[in-house]
Every structure is written in structure tokens, then in C-alpha cells.
Write a protein that binds this ligand. Structure first.
Ligand code: NAG
Ligand code: NAG
Ligand code: NAG
Ligand code: NAG
Ligand code: NAG
Length: 786
């Protein structure tokens, strides 16, 4: 299809670095990490050999997902082990001779270990037996393995003993256990050396059908060790359950919210049953890593800033500083690829007083958080804590708790979060977010004098905004997420540029315009019309000026109702005139001789369109300009997104003591969008732009609704529930001109209330109504209570 637009899109990413500055908590987090145990440092490429057990039918799904994500980052080697006849072009594969894909995979497991032993025992220090539904954070795995002496026999995993009933059937001695297979089992070279030569003997003496139990029994018998409770002497039995994390929810595991402390603390995560969740988890883990690097960057910039301050340099002049003649502190220019970023922004020391107000306007006020949000910024002084703030608080609390607990093991205690008792927050675009939180925590000491107490701690948290990164993506149809951009360029931009970007936003659309290689998509207006001749005259004049004269790719379908004969006649004449005036006006009319309902009218129009046509449902009261057309094309994508613009609705001019030149559309084009003139019609969904095919897929409008429509709301509901993306945004050049509406007394209660609500909301702003009331207060005196 030639429809694909070659557009240049600009994607803005705002990167937020999270920093936690100080805790009033008396726990100090400064204690250095314990030195890792001395282990002979293996080069990264032969630290660990990972054997992933899979099956022929999972080679191009699960196995491929493993190899596409963490598999390639193993500090060593990864191989996949499957049945005899397996073949794959996607992953490095060993098809084990004499092994099939039956479950349980005892033979596969033992033969895999034998293969590792036969071919790789001298090359790797560690051996990991993994399943194809496990995710491994390879950097953390490396950290863990390098802290343990691999010369000793180790058999590391999450310990299992089976439940009480099972225990008897597993034929384990009372001092025996096994490492549960799912989340991964780690062998040191010594362990594999001792056990692998006896694989055949173990296979010949299976007591149960559990692969991991038999593995444990074999290791116990020939290597003389059992599954390690914990790799370091710790009083916390849960250690391995934390770092080798198994989630109980089966198929659903890791398919939902990943922002969980279990996910953040783990080295391996199991089970990830669907490949798409493996990729998703991988993206999430990478994002966490990026966050850490950002934090590190900020710490380094702080270090540079404070060191340079000692030397007497001003923080906002570091860009030009030369350390010695000819050697600049920051050699690269801002905007170039090797540019090191903004110390003047990121190097700011943590402090709740880093912004010192000098005038009244500079003072940053706090909002108060408890069960609700108390704020002076909103008409409603107390309101629900919105989901964005809630999520932000959740993130911050998780970070705080990770920090507080990072030395838990050394201290023999864990601290759990209970709730935020209260807090303050404020947001400043330059300095970021400040938070003061009063936290209720539970302190559990499990070593020495054991105890559990509730404690309160104050946390002072600062989140600093990093610079903005702009990525320009060429030839990138943006809802096509799967499509890789052909060329990307990351340009770090200083925050001051934000203002420029915002002010040049208006100039960005020409980028879309300038691409005249492909034809602009035709917008098919469908305009239901019954009566309203004078207003239609204005509409048609506007259509002529904006669309016809400027050769816009548009067509207009007027669905003209005969109900009001006089208006019908005059409107018909107008349409005939314009059709005569322009050889290709693109204006057509459908005459309908029935009772008006908007939904039916739109359907009449849609019948004339092709399946792939882009359409806009419009009202005669709307005034628009070319910018709206641009936004309609940008925000509506076939099979992908539907655009529900929020129009700016003008108040009743009488209340404002104004009169509008109703026939002059240009007057409304320049209407000032402010709180006195009108309001965003947040609850209006009638103006929609979408492809006919998507309309059909969604089942269309409810044609049974007559009178004062709620069909648009119902349709919006359906659209939200569908797979399509909803683009819901204000459009400052879609203006709804005020007209009085009559709410039919015969409407049903729901429709009537909605109609009355709209009527009231269009009357005037709260301020205007208040003025009016004050002025005519005496008229209300005799009305009694209401
Ligand atoms: C783990 O399982 C629990 C309950 O079964 C569930 O609520 C949670 O969301 C799961 N965690 C992840 C990361 O999937
Ligand atoms: C696009 O149009 C401009 C003039 O409007 C013209 O100069 C330019 O060559 C055109 N580009 C292409 C690729 O046709
Ligand atoms: C409308 O036009 C028709 C013919 O076009 C004419 O017969 C009729 O009288 C007109 N009605 C009104 C109310 O003008
Ligand atoms: C509309 O239909 C009615 C009867 O169904 C007829 O009397 C009337 O003339 C029609 N009006 C037009 C304009 O066709
Ligand atoms: C409305 O405006 C006119 C002038 O435009 C002024 O004379 C009149 O007093 C105003 N009325 C009110 C109620 O403000």
C-alpha cells in the first residue's frame, strides 16, 4: 500500500534520574561493602558455562528469547540442550544423542552435565543448569560468582525438601535436600568434577521422577555436598529465595507489573513462560540499569562540581575551564557525541534549600500528602492522590527501602515498609522534585537479640531532572513500535533548550509538510445537518477558505435533513452554488427525509466512503483551521489509533456582555483560549477522526439512541476497551461556538441530565456566574432554599 507516510517524527524522552539524598535515619549507609572473597579472577569470557535445557518445540520461541536477551550477555558461554533430532539456526545447540523431549527431563539434565564435563570442565569455573523459562541478570550473576571460591565444591540453588507428604516419597534422608531446578542450579567446577563421571550410575538408580531431586541425590552421593542454604553464613534462610526468585503464579508470573521488590533484588527470575514476557522483562531490567548509570553520572558530576568549587571555580563556568593550558576539563563541545553533560545542572549538591528564593514569586510551596492530597493549586482543596503521584511515591519508597536494606545482612536486620504517615512534596521544573516523607517502618532484628518493632523515619528525597535527550527518528511511522528506526541520533540538549523547543513546537509541523513525496491522506468530513442554515453558511464559507481554496486533501459530505423545509431549501442552494463555483469542490450532499439522529446521519455518510478512508465526524458549530487538519492526520492511524480531540467551547456571550459576529468564522479562529471565554469540553466525544475500517471493527455507533445523544460516549467507551490507541488531547484550533440548546422534556432521565449538564456548563465560567449572582442577588432572594 502506498499509504505509508514517510514522516520525520521527533521523539522526546525526558530522563529522570532518581536520587536519594539523605536519611535522617540513624542508620548510616556509608559502611563499605565487605571485600569480596579472594577468588582467582577468571576473565569474563570463561567464568561460567550456562546450559539451557529446552525441547525441540521451544527452540524458536523460548530458547530464542533467552538467546536474544540475557543469553548473549553471559560472562562465559551459553549452549542450548535439546533432544537428539533438534535443529536450530537461531541458537547454539547441542542435540543430545539418545535423549528425547519427554518430561521429566532427567536424562537430558544428566547428559547435559556430562557434556559440560566432557568438553568444558577445564575452561570454566562455574556451570549453571538453567531452564528455558528463566531470566538471568548476568551482571549480578557474575558479581555473585566472583565472590565465591570456585575451587571448593559448591552446589548452589534454592533449597527444596518437598512438602511433608512428598518428603517420604522423595526418598531423601533426613539430612538430605536438593536444589530446585526452576530458578537455576549452580555447580562449581569441583562439584561437577566429582559428580559427572558417575552420571550413568545415577541415571540407573533413579528413585523418583523428579529431575532436580535426583540431581541433588547424585551430587550428595558423589560430591559429598548438599544444596547450599546460603552462600555466606547468614541467619537469613531466605537468601536463596530472594536471589533465585521463583514466582508462584505460573503462566501469569512476570506478565504484570514488574515494579516489585522481588524483581529488583533477584539474580534469576522464574518462570517466564511466554517469550514476549522474556523480552519485556529484559527491557525492564535494562531500564533499571540505565537508571543506575544515570545515578552514577550524577554522583560523578557532583564530585567534579565540589572538587572544582574547592579550586575556586564557579559551577556554571566549568564548560570553559582548562585544567592546564590546552587541556580542557570538558574537551568536547556541548551537543557533540562525546559531550559529558551538564555539571552545572547535575552537579548541584543535594539540599532542600538549593533553590534560594529572592522574590515572592520564587518561593516553592509544598503540597501536603496524607490519605488525600491537600493543595492550594486546585479549586478542590482536598482531593484523591492521583495515579501519577501515587506511582511516583511507590517508586521512591521502593528506592528508599532498597537503600535502607542494602546492609541488612551485615547488620542482621531487615526493615519493611508499612505506610507513609504523611508527607510534603513540591515540583520545580529546574530543580526537580523534593519530598519529605514520614514513614512507618517495621524493624526486624533476626540476629543476636531478636526483636520486631515499629519505627518512624523521616526521609528527605530529591529527584533531579537530567538534561533532555532528543532523538530524531527518520522514516518512522511512530505507532509501528516493531519497526526499527533506520537511523537514530541522540543529542543531549541543555535544559534551557526546553523553553526553545516548546516555543518552536508550532514550527515542527512543517517537517511533516515538507515531505511531499507521498500524498497527504484525504480527510472525509461528515457533517450531519438539520436546520441551522445561518450557521451552515458560516461553516461552508470556512470550508471554502480553509480547504477548497488551499487545495487541502479533503471532502465534505453534508447529511442534510429535510425536516426544516426552509432551512433545507436554502442550505441546498448554498451547496449547489459551491459545487458550481469549483469544478472539484469535494462537497457532496445526502438528503435524508427522516427524523434527525446524529448517529444515523453519520452512518449515512459512512456508506459513501471506502473501507480505508479517513473520516472526521464534525458539527456545524465547530470552527477549525489547517492546523487542526494536520493534527487529525498525525493522530489518526489505520488499525492503530483514533483521535478524539477535546474542543474549546465558548461560553454564552450574553453572560460576558459580548456579542459575536456569528457569520464570521475568522473571528472565532482567533478566539482567545482562556478561562473566561470558554472551557475545554472534556466530556464531549462527538468530534472524532478515525478510519472507516476501525469504525466498522468497533461495531459503530449505537443507532437506537435518539434525541439528545449519548451515542458518542458509548462509542468512546468501546474504543477504550479495544486494542486501538486513543489519542485524546485538546486542540486549540477546534472551537465550538456557543449556541443555546433546548433539552427536550421528553428525554429519558439520563439523557436529560446530560443535556442539562451541558447546558449549564456552557453558560459561563464560575467567576462570571459569581459576578452575575452578586449583581442580581436580589432576584434570588425570594427563591428560598435550593
Ligand atoms: C508473583 O506472584 C504473585 C502472586 O501469585 C503476584 O501477585 C505477583 O504479581 C507475581 N509477581 C510477578 C513479578 O509476576
Ligand atoms: C517538495 O516541494 C518543494 C516545493 O514545495 C520542492 O522544492 C521540493 O523539491 C519537493 N521535494 C520533493 C522530494 O519532491
Ligand atoms: C423548497 O423548494 C421547493 C422546490 O425546490 C419548493 O417547491 C418549496 O416551496 C420550497 N419550500 C420552501 C418552504 O421554501
Ligand atoms: C418526506 O417524506 C414525506 C412522506 O414520507 C413526504 O410527504 C415529503 O414530501 C418528503 N419530503 C421531501 C423533501 O422529500
Ligand atoms: C456591556 O457593555 C456595554 C458596552 O459594550 C456597556 O455599556 C454595558 O454597561 C455593559 N453591561 C454590563 C452589564 O456590563
Amino acid at each position: 500500500m502506498a499509504r505509508r507516510k514517510k514522516l520525520t517524527k521527533v521523539v522526546f524522552g525526558v530522563l529522570l534520574g532518581v536520587l536519594i539524598s539523605q536519611f535522617s535515619s540513624r542508620e548510616e549507609c556509608k559502611q563499605p561493602k565487605p571485600a569480596p572473597r579472594v577468588a582467582p579472577a577468571a576473565p569474563a569470557h570463561n567464568l561460567v558455562f550456562v546450559g539451557v535445557m529446552t525441547a525441540a518445540r521451544y527452540l524458536d520461541s523460548r530458547a530464542k528469547a533467552v538467546y536474544d536477551t540475557w543469553g548473549r550477555r553471559v560472562p562465559g558461554k551459553v549452549m542450548f540442550f535439546s533432544s537428539e533430532d533438534s535443529y536450530s539456526e537461531d541458537v547454539p545447540l547441542v542435540a543430545l544423542p539418545g535423549v528425547d523431549d519427554t518430561y521429566p527431563p532427567q536424562k537430558k539434565s544428566f547428559m547435559m552435565l556430562k557434556h559440560m564435563y566432557d568438553h568444558y570442565i577445564d575452561q570454566y569455573e562455574w556451570f549453571l543448569r538453567a531452564d528455558d523459562d528463566v531470566y538471568v541478570r548476568t551482571d549480578r550473576l557474575e558479581e555473585l560468582l566472583r565472590s565465591i571460591d570456585s575451587k571448593k565444591p559448591w552446589f548452589i540453588g534454592q533449597t527444596g525438601r518437598g512438602n511433608t507428604e512428598e518428603f517420604g516419597m522423595l526418598s531423601l534422608e533426613s539430612d538430605e535436600n536438593f536444589c530446585m531446578g526452576g530458578p537455576g542450579v549452580i555447580f562449581s567446577r569441583e562439584t561437577l568434577k566429582r559428580m559427572a563421571p558417575y552420571v550413568d550410575e545415577c541415571l540407573a538408580n533413579l528413585y523418583t521422577t523428579h529431575e532436580d531431586v535426583e540431581l541433588g541425590r547424585c551430587v550428595r552421593r558423589f560430591a559429598g555436598i548438599s544444596c547450599t542454604w546460603s552462600y555466606e553464613a547468614s541467619d537469613c534462610d531466605c537468601e536463596m529465595q530472594v536471589i533465585l526468585y521463583h514466582n508462584q503464579s505460573g503462566q501469569a508470573a512476570f506478565s504484570g507489573d514488574l515494579k516489585q521488590k522481588e524483581v529488583h533484588r533477584a539474580i534469576t527470575l522464574h518462570p517466564v513462560k511466554q517469550p514476549q514476557y522474556m523480552y519485556r522483562l529484559d527491557k525492564y531490567v535494562k531500564a533499571l540499569k540505565i537508571q543506575n548509570y544515570q545515578q552514577e553520572t550524577i554522583d560523578l558530576h557532583r564530585g567534579i562540581a565540589s572538587a572544582m568549587a574547592e579550586l575556586g571555580y564557579r559551577i556554571d563556568h566549568l564548560q570553559e575551564v582548562s585544567l592546564v593550558e590546552g587541556l580542557r576539563l570538558f574537551p568536547e563541545e556541548r551537543g557533540s557525541e562525546g559531550y559529558l553533560g551538564d555539571t552545572s545542572l547535575l552537579g548541584l549538591p543535594q539540599s532542600l534549600t538549593r533553590q534560594k528564593p529572592t522574590t515572592l514569586d520564587d518561593v516553592l510551596d509544598w503540597e501536603f500528602i496524607s490519605k488525600s492530597l491537600y493543595s492550594y493549586k486546585d479549586l478542590n482543596p482536598r482531593r484523591r492522590i492521583g495515579s501519577s503521584l501515587k506511582e511516583g511515591l511507590g517508586d521512591v519508597v521502593r528506592d528508599i527501602m532498597e537503600l535502607i536494606n542494602s546492609y541488612s545482612k551485615q547488620r542482621g536486620r531487615v526493615i519493611d515498609f508499612k505506610e507513609i504517615l504523611y508527607g510534603y512534596w513540591r515540583l520545580d521544573p529546574v530543580h526537580g522534585v523534593d519530598l519529605i516523607l514520614d514513614l512507618l517502618l517495621v524493624y526486624r532484628k533476626y540476629r543476636g537479640h531478636k526483636m520486631t518493632v515499629q519505627v518512624r523515619r523521616h526521609a528527605y528525597v530529591q529527584q533531579t531532572f537530567t538534561g533532555i535527550s532528543v532523538r530524531e527518528v527518520k522514516n518512522f511511522d511512530f505507532p509501528h513500535i516493531s519497526q526499527r528506526p533506520s537511523s537514530t541520533q541522540a543529542v543531549p540538549v541543555h535544559r534551557k533548550i526546553v523553553n526553545q523547543i516548546i516555543s518552536t513546537f508550532e514550527q515542527i509541523p512543517p517537517i511533516f509538510h515538507s515531505d511531499n513525496v507521498t500524498k497527504k491522506e484525504t480527510i472525509n468530513f461528515i457533517l450531519p445537518l438539520s436546520g441551522r442554515h445561518e450557521i451552515f453558511k458560516r461553516f461552508l464559507k470556512m470550508y471554502e477558505e480553509v480547504c477548497i481554496k488551499q487545495s487541502e486533501e479533503t471532502r465534505l459530505f453534508v447529511i442534510l435533513y429535510t425536516e426544516k423545509v426552509e432551512d433545507f431549501n436554502r442550505s441546498s442552494v448554498l451547496i449547489e452554488n459551491i459545487q458550481r463555483k469549483y469544478s472539484s469542490s469535494g462537497v457532496s450532499v445526502v438528503t435524508v427525509n427522516e427524523t434527525f439522529t446524529r448517529a444515523r446521519a453519520l452512518e449515512h455518510g459512512l456508506k459513501l466512503l471506502a473501507h480505508d478512508d479517513l473520516t472526521l465526524f464534525i458539527d456545524v458549530d465547530i470552527v477549525f483551521d489547517t492546523k487542526s487538519l494536520l493534527r487529525i492526520r498525525q493522530n489518526t492511524v489505520k488499525d492503530k489509533s483514533i483521535y478524539f480531540p477535546i474542543v474549546y467551547s465558548l461560553y454564552n456571550p450574553k453572560l460576558l456582555n459580548k456579542s459575536y459576529p456569528l457569520d464570521d468564522y475568522a473571528f472565532f479562529n482567533s478566539a482567545i483560549v482562556d478561562e473566561d471565554n470558554g472551557f475545554w469540553r472534556q466530556f464531549g466525544f462527538g468530534i472524532v477522526s478515525l478510519y472507516k475500517s476501525d469504525y466498522v471493527t468497533l461495531g459503530g455507533l449505537n443507532l437506537l439512541i435518539s434525541g439528545w445523544g449519548s451515542e458518542d460516549v458509548t462509542f468512546y467507551d468501546e474504543a477504550i476497551k479495544s486494542k486501538l490507541k486513543i489519542v485524546r488531547s485538546v486542540d486549540p484550533s477546534l472551537i465550538h461556538v456557543y449556541h443555546s440548546i433546548d433539552c427536550d422534556i421528553n428525554l429519558d432521565v439520563f439523557q436529560r441530565n446530560m443535556c442539562l449538564g451541558t447546558q449549564a456548563s456552557m453558560l459561563g465560567s464560575l467567576k462570571q456566574l459569581q459576578k452575575l449572582y452578586k449583581k442580581y442577588e436580589y432576584l434570588f432572594k425570594n427563591l428560598g432554599t435550593w
